[in-house]
Design a protein around this ligand. Structure first.
Ligand code: GDP
Length: 325
């Protein structure tokens, strides 16, 4: 079954792609085995897209921007997939992203594939399923994959960790209050976009200048690069600046391909992904282990109440895990 699904998928069949993603999201062991076989079979067809992460607070204009960009790129002959990492869906069952009215024009386009955020992955946290979905989209021939998330630290780190370029959307008043610019997230940004420039062009220009100088101070240290992230302004509603944005993305990707940073980042991401799965699986096994489970409640209580040192308690639990394994 997997082989024919794989064949349909590599021909670009969007229904086969949706089905394959559903398979990877299943918690059933037989589905997981099938999904693993499928992923292995498709690996040679992956890796050829440009992976773009996009983040920003709710209301900044992410879906408006992604729709404008997506339609622009389809106009240039590209095929666009949009995935999401939504930290809220795993916590509350609700969703900050992913309601059905978003990206109405893009979602009906046959050159686009939009997948709402999965609920939390069994292993490796909120991003686990999205990483697999990304590979499947590439195998299905989508040459630009956008992964969207909201301004919540952990999910932004996850998305920056699975994409080639991480884009941070800001509002025109962002520059007025430097406190509002979270240093950690700014360090993740490979490009910063001031959206809604149509509302107040002067404010957007000020924000561009303030953020540009802020990035010169701290922006590139976190990225291990001597090249500050470009800061652009645009309007997702009027479309002004969308083409310039795409050109900046291409220039940045090209620059990184030339320096080797592009491939190095992907290699690092693949390695990190492997370790994420190993860590998650080991932790799950640890928590399931009978001797650990028996000791865990009182050990945790002792640690919380300062009756035992966290280091000693951890070593004792690990000893139980190892000796009676
Ligand atoms: P998200 O929550 O980040 O996905 O934001 P949305 O894309 O849903 O946009 C939030 C609101 O801002 C919507 O009412 C959009 O129409 C509006 N909006 C988005 N981009 C722009 C823009 O460039 N200019 C203006 N004036 N409004 C925008």
């Amino acid at each position: 079954m997997s082989s024919s699904l794989a064949e349909q998928l590599v021909r670009g069949d969007r229904r086969a792609l949706a089905k394959a993603i559903t398979l990877t999201e299943s918690t059933r062991a037989d589905h997981r085995r099938e999904a693993d076989a499928l992923l292995d079979a498709l690996m040679p067809s992956t890796g050829r897209s440009l992976r773009l992460g996009i983040s920003g607070v709710p209301g900044v204009g992410k879906s408006t921007f992604i729709e404008a960009l997506g339609l622009h790129l389809i106009g240039q002959g590209h095929r666009i997939a949009v995935l999401a990492v939504d930290p809220s869906s795993s916590l509350s069952g609700g969703s900050i992203l992913g309601d059905k009215t978003r990206m109405e024009r893009l979602s009906v386009h046959d050159k686009a594939f939009i997948r709402p955020s999965p609920t939390s992955g069994a292993l490796g946290g909120v991003a686990e399923h999205t990483r697999e979905a990304l590979l499947l989209c590439e195998a299905a021939g989508f040459d630009i994959v956008i992964v969207e998330t909201v301004g919540v630290g952990q999910s932004e780190i996850a998305v920056a960790g699975m994409t080639d370029l991480f884009v941070l959307l800001q509002l025109p008043n962002a520059g007025d209050d430097l406190q509002a610019i979270k240093r950690g997230v700014m360090e993740l940004a490979d490009l910063v976009v001031i959206n809604k420039a149509d509302i107040d062009e002067d404010a957007a220009t000020r924000a561009q200048a303030t953020i540009t100088s802020a990035l010169r101070v701290f922006g590139f240290h976190g990225r291990g690069e001597h090249h500050a992230a470009p800061v652009l302004k645009l309007s997702a509603v009027t479309g002004a600046g969308v083409d310039a944005f795409w050109q900046a993305v291409q220039a940045e990707a090209l620059r990184r391909r030339d320096t080797g940073a592009f491939d190095a980042r992907r290699a690092g991401q693949r390695e990190a992904w492997l370790w994420d799965i190993v860590h998650a699986r080991l932790l799950a096994d640890f928590r399931q282990h009978p001797a650990v489970r028996a000791a865990l409640p009182h050990t945790l209580a002792d640690v919380k109440a300062s009756r035992s040192a966290p280091t000693v308690a951890a070593r004792t639990l690990l000893d139980r895990f190892e000796t009676k394994n």
